[in-house]
Design a protein around this ligand. Structure first.
Ligand code: DOR
Ligand code: ZN
Length: 345
């Protein structure tokens, strides 16, 4: 049993940094572990243009602790009125790495999202032409669809028709949570990939509801039944290049989670690598961790893998009750647990 693992420095292909003092509190956790991260644009107001993304990138860079090399990869938030020309220019100039599709109303700060993919077909065609990837929050928002079915229904109603119509568009089906999503990705063309979060590999829906409501286990898409968690673990550790690391780390202050209407989002940034590694260890797949964490993402996005190496060691790491979050503390994923790996350097 290996007690240490040396891999290329990984990247996080999906997370939320927020803004202001919360951002300044959370960025160092990610910069400690990852070389790059795809930064979600769901600020309030959202990051909808190249100019807004360039400004946001500058604010993030100022929050990176001295001595750490970290590159934020920016995304633009798609709306019904997105400007294809601005997105293509932002992509060509290296400001925008991708664009993000939030179905309007699907999750935190998604009210200005896309009400019907038909409204942005011209933008998506242009993105396909210039090779700009599309990040997708894959849930329908229809009130008659059960929240546990929203991802599977999204595949049938939106994703399958979209990828059939535009097979040349690179699509990242983000934070997948179901076996239906795994089989859709498996059957997709070479322009289809998916990210998987640590929480969806660790918990099923019981974690949110058994023995009391546990708001810190609540995120969107919500964790599903055990059979889905097992399908995700199999996919992530399979060695397939279609899956890669994307934490969906989503900080919300303690009071906003522990509330009568608690926000969706799990803050996993402080121990993200440790959390994933525990899963790969349990699945006897440590030899496949580098592909998932450091190689598959850059290959799909058409970026070079990082040259630097990091070392992970088997050692107990205690997860604290809370971490600093600016105005108020934030409760991290795995609170109160002892994880079995740590990043040594
Ligand atoms: O749980 C989530 N939190 N899911 C999302 O899609 C958004 C995120 C957030 O921004 O808080
Ligand atoms: Zn997210």
């Amino acid at each position: 049993m290996a007690d240490s693992l040396t891999i290329r420095r990984p990247d996080d292909w999906h997370l939320h940094f927020r803004d202001g003092e919360t951002m300044r509190a959370v960025v160092p956790h990610t910069a400690r572990q990852f070389a790059r991260a795809i930064v979600m644009p769901n600020l309030s107001p959202p990051v909808t243009t190249t100019a807004l993304a360039a400004d946001y990138r500058d604010r993030i860079l100022q929050a990176v602790p001295e001595g750490l090399d970290f590159i934020p990869l920016m995304t633009a938030y798609l709306t019904d009125d997105s400007d294809a020309g601005d997105l293509a220019t932002g992509h060509a100039d290296g400001v925008l790495t991708a664009a993000k599709l939030y179905p309007a109303g699907a999750t935190t700060n998604s009210a200005s999202g896309v009400t019907d993919v038909a409204n942005i077909m011209g933008v998506l065609e242009r993105m396909a032409e210039v090779g700009m990837p599309l990040c997708v929050h894959g849930e329908v928002v229809d009130h008659d669809i059960d929240i546990f079915d929203r991802e599977a229904v999204f595949i049938d109603r939106v994703l399958e028709p979209l990828t059939r119509r535009l097979p040349e568009l690179k699509v990242i089906f983000e934070h997948i949570t179901t076996r239906e999503a795994v089989s859709f990705v498996e059957d997709g063309g070479t322009n289809m990939a998916a990210t998987i979060t640590p929480q969806h590999l660790h918990i099923n829906r019981n974690a949110i509801l058994v023995g009391g409501i546990r708001p810190h286990m609540y995120c969107l898409p919500v964790a599903k039944r055990e059979e889905h968690r097992l399908a995700l673990r199999k996919a992530a550790t399979s060695g397939s290049p279609r899956y890669f690391l994307g934490t969906d780390s989503a900080p919300h202050h303690r009071g906003d989670k522990e509330s009568a209407c608690g926000c969706a989002g799990i803050f996993n940034a402080p121990f993200a690598l440790e959390s994933y590694l525990q899963v790969f260890d349990e699945e006897n797949a440590l030899d496949r961790f580098e592909g998932f964490a450091s190689l598959n993402g850059p290959r799909f996005y058409g970026l070079p893998a990082n040259e630097e190496r990091i070392v992970l060691e088997r050692a107990p790491v205690e997860v604290p009750a809370q971490v600093a979050g600016g105005a108020e503390p934030i409760v991290p994923f795995h609170v109160g647990e002892t994880l079995g790996w740590r990043m040594a350097r």
